[in-house]
Design a binder for this molecule. Structure first.
Ligand SMILES: [Fe+2]
Length: 320
């Protein structure tokens, strides 16, 4: 009897000891996982800082006009990873918004990697931009090549927070009319879309016209300039005085000087990055994670490139 009790006590003691060891190991495991996460974040930011210091001369900010802008907006693209760099850019957007409130974001495609799966919307959009959404900042999206891999992007067209009135659509914030395009469209659909754009541009009374889409027209990045888009879109831009084209697809920032009256701005380093070169029309290019911010005046648009260190690394003026 005594022996059995002894064995029972020893057994219970053994189980308790194993439990303590087990919970200690779990705690240790959680601790190391946290440490690893912080180390990864540190190395990521260190690499970013080194990139910035070694490859770029940070320009000083240009001076503000005396009056406040009519409104501000920002643009970002190629965002839909849900990973750390997206959060870093989102944090910089939040910081900028707290200093210089803006009303909306032009979201230039590849909103959900890798296949436009709408069920990931919380992880790749609602959580990273939670602060902006809570502060009533609107997003106007267009479709990227990754977005159309699921049901041709239709779930995103219907998603309310993307404010898409169709695959291609237009909206106004006086004095600007925006035109969102679907540059994934093939042949007949592209022709129909071009006709729609031509009609909308010629009917527009807005002094400022901005077109945005996912694919680049002029680019010094991986994909380079698109002869198809140069031949189909730029004659319309010239004829109807489109001052700015915004896009992504290239995972970098690049601002051109005006080409036949249109400035081309790539703001595709919203979550991924890739080296970028320069062309004779390049005003500024960098692979560093960033978004673009715009101050709208009657006679000019001030554009700024802002990195995850909240620094303005590029600033330029677009005249009407
Ligand atoms: Fe893309």
């Amino acid at each position: 009897m005594k022996r059995r009790r002894l064995l029972l006590l020893a057994g219970l003691g053994g189980i308790t000891f194993a439990g303590i060891v087990f919970s200690f190991n779990i705690r240790k495991l959680r601790f190391f996982r946290k440490q690893l996460g912080e180390l990864k974040e540190f190395l990521f930011h260190k690499k970013e800082l080194n990139n910035l210091l070694s490859t770029q001369t940070v320009k000083s900010d240009i001076s503000y006009p005396k009056t406040a802008p009519i409104f501000r907006f920002v643009s970002v693209a190629d965002t839909g990873t849900g990973k750390m760099p997206q959060y870093s850019v989102a944090r910089a957007m939040k910081h900028y918004h707290s200093k210089f409130p803006f009303g909306f974001v032009v979201l230039a495609g590849d909103n959900i990697y890798p296949n436009g799966e709408i069920e990931k919307i919380n992880d790749v959009f609602e959580k990273p931009y939670e602060y902006l959404l809570e502060n009533k900042v609107k997003f106007y999206a267009c479709l990227g090549n990754h977005d159309v891999r699921t049901d041709n992007g239709e779930p995103q067209v219907k998603y309310p927070n993307f404010n898409m009135a169709g695959r291609y659509y237009t909206f106004e914030y006086q004095p600007i009319q925006f035109f969102a395009l679907d540059t994934n469209a093939k042949k007949e659909d592209w022709e129909v879309q071009l006709n729609w754009l031509e009609k909308e541009l010629s009917n527009s009374k807005a002094p400022w016209k901005i077109v945005f889409a996912h694919h680049p027209i002029y680019s010094s990045g991986k994909y380079g300039s698109s002869q198809k888009l140069i031949s189909t879109l730029t004659p319309l831009f010239k004829k109807h005085k489109v001052q700015l084209y915004i896009n992504g697809h290239e995972h970098n920032y690049e601002r051109t000087r005006p080409i036949n009256g249109t400035t081309y701005l790539i703001s595709g380093a919203g979550a991924k990055q890739r080296p970028v070169g320069r062309s004779e029309w390049t005003e500024y290019s960098t692979e560093n994670f960033s978004f673009a911010a715009f101050d709208v005046y009657e006679d000019r648009l001030i554009v700024r490139g802002i990195n995850i260190w909240n620094r303005v690394f590029d600033a330029g003026v677009i005249q009407i």
